[in-house]
Design a protein around this ligand. Structure first.
Ligand code: ATP
Ligand code: MG
Ligand code: MG
Length: 549
């Protein structure tokens, strides 16, 4: 099912189309270009694009770039790439900053109507005068300036006559309103700072609460979907549309933002992880950014399916990150070829196998998807297995290799251990086994059974590769020590780098190719560290999970 299943926003849209309130719907995805998109944004992208698509409407990608201090074209480009990669095409691309002139004119209209005034109070004074939930606000001494004086001062604000923070433009609404957002909110502030799009043209910039409704109205957006924290701002949203005499009347609808366990989900915090070098860039595979998930090996299909499944509601909740992992396993199950990789190699000599002989065995590429065919893998006297697939003194129920025990080598033969060699430090460095030619895989051998099946890679053809295994970036916060910040919960052991071997037929793998390594999970060829000489793999997810949908 392509579309988000029924939800309260979809019902509003259906109702609005039926009643004729709107004859066609337009939604928008409005990121501020102050960081890279994360999985929370994906929820909003899927909702906005698929809702419009379902009702033959349109979706705009609009950069909400009204704060020059935090925004950058690097982020603009990254956001465009991520939206496209997720599989969506915007009908129009807009920049809020392209509307600065129009916004300015609407502010002038407010002043002319006696609905806005220039205030010389400091930001602290304005904050104090705003009051609290239990106390009404106080009117500013500048509240009753004449329209002429306000027009003159606002024009001079624009002309650059005042310094940052010296003056602001405020809406004149109601300092006694029970809704603090309605107590003469600031509409414009002064920043003498260059803007990524408008350069030095402006030194006054509109506040979100003034800019956003105008942006929506200018573009003819019908349903302006945002997260719950803006619910209390809706009366101001409607006030701006009304008092600025906008022709189009968009409707703001709030839904709960996505939170994930073991995940920070705010561009500000993610930027801190990057700036303070906890992360290897915005696309670090441990990051919940779209670019991080992509580098990790997540597919757009998996992310979209996850976003559809979590649904849209009004109450905030935290989704288990295992649900996201579930969807990438589901997506890759039939797509990813299954091969063998040894991550922590231990040499095995098969002492009764002829020296110098190589045989090529048939191996299925995906038993759940026979269309993926078979491949040939080499076998010889020397192979690698995983270090932890051998134990000198195993506990009971250990069915892998130990002295005297027999196991199956996947796609090959049964082998039985008769000896092992330790180095001077007592570490096991080589295992000696015999094999039984009768037990060759595919021959239907039923003479006896073994309990363990090991993966392996033939030693003379083995190709060295690097494997990167990940644990949650952010640990569970089990204490409630208020002096700690999220940075205190960054997992110091979230990345493990291993040097091992892959099958020779994988040397042609390209970046972003995905594989299931037998027993280890799904892996993606890393686009950043892979070189022509060496493949680097990111583990996307392990194979098993206790998670049930
Ligand atoms: P952040 O705090 O992470 O920067 P934001 O809301 O400030 O988030 P914007 O760039 O303004 O980021 O977001 C663009 C759109 O994405 C908005 O419509 C916003 O509501 C939505 N969005 C952001 N985070 C989430 C989330 N966690 N879940 C759902 N939607 C989100
Ligand atoms: Mg925002
Ligand atoms: Mg933000």
């Amino acid at each position: 099912n392509k579309h988000t299943s029924s939800n309260f926003i979809r019902n509003i849209v259906i109702e609005d189309l039926k009643s004729g309130k709107y004859d066609k719907i337009i939604t928008r995805f409005p990121p501020e270009p102050n960081g890279y998109l994360h999985i929370g944004h994906a929820k909003s992208i899927v909702l906005n694009f698929e809702l419009a698509d379902e009702f033959n409407g349109k979706t705009h990608l609009r950069f909400d770039d009204t704060n020059p201090l935090k925004e950058d074209t690097e982020y603009v480009e990254a956001i465009k790439e991520d939206v496209k990669w997720l599989g969506y095409e915007w009908d129009q691309l807009y920049f809020a900053s392209d509307y600065f002139e129009e916004m300015y004119n609407r502010a002038v209209l407010l002043i002319k109507k006696g609905k806005a005034y220039v205030d010389d109070s400091t930001p602290e004074q304005i904050r104090e005068m705003r009051g609290t939930l239990t106390e009404p606000g106080k009117e500013s001494p500048y509240r009753n300036r004449s329209i002429e004086e306000n027009l003159d001062l606002f024009e001079r604000m624009r002309a650059g006559e005042f310094k940052d923070g010296e003056k602001v433009l405020r809406a004149k609404i109601d300092m006694a309103s029970p809704n603090i957002n309605m107590r003469d909110p600031v509409l414009y502030r002064i920043y003498h700072a260059p803007h990524h799009n408008t350069g030095d043209k402006w030194c006054i910039y509109p506040m979100y609460d003034f800019a956003h409704p105008l942006e929506d109205a200018i573009e003819g957006v019908t349903h302006s979907i945002c997260t719950m924290e803006f619910e209390d701002h809706r009366p101001l949203y409607d006030w701006v549309i009304q008092e600025c005499e906008m022709e189009n009347k968009p409707k703001q609808i709030e839904f709960a933002r996505l939170n994930l366990t073991n995940t920070v989900m705010s561009k500000r915090k993610l930027k801190q992880l990057v700036d303070e070098k906890f992360a290897d860039g915005w696309d670090d595979p441990r990051m919940p950014t779209i670019s991080g998930l992509r580098r990790r090996g997540y597919t757009p299909e998996a992310i979209r399916a996850f976003c559809r499944e979590i649904g849209v509601a009004k109450s905030n909740s935290t989704v288990d990150v295992q649900m996201l992992e579930h969807f990438v396993r589901e997506d890759l199950k039939l797509k990813a070829p299954r091969t063998m990789a040894v991550l922590r190699p231990l040499k095995v000599i098969i002492t009764n196998y002829p020296e110098g002989q190589i045989e090529w065995l048939d191996a299925e590429n995906n038993p759940e998807n026979p269309e993926m065919g078979t491949r040939k893998i080499p076998f010889s006297r020397e192979i690698y297995i995983e270090k932890d697939d051998f134990m000198e003194n195993p506990p009971s129920k250990y069915f892998r290799l130990f002295p005297g025990n027999e196991v199956r080598l996947k796609h090959a033969y049964f082998i039985k251990c008769h000896d092992f060699i330790k180095d001077e430090n007592g570490e096991i460095v080589e295992i000696h086994c015999t094999y039984d030619p009768e037990t060759k895989s595919g021959t239907g051998f039923t003479g006896r059974k073994v309990k363990g099946t090991l993966h392996w890679v033939e030693a003379t053809h083995a190709v060295p590769a690097e494997f990167r295994l990940y644990e949650p970036f952010i640990l569970d916060q089990e204490d409630d020590d208020e002096s700690k910040t999220f940075l205190d919960y960054v997992n110091p052991n979230s990345l493990e780098i291993l040097q091992g071997f892959i099958e020779p037929n994988m040397t042609n793998a390209k970046i972003h190719d995905k594989f299931q390594f037998f027993r280890h999970g799904y892996f993606n060829v890393d686009p950043k560290y892979t070189t022509p000489e060496k493949l680097v793999f990111n583990r996307i997810v392990s194979l098993k999970s206790s998670f049930k949908l």
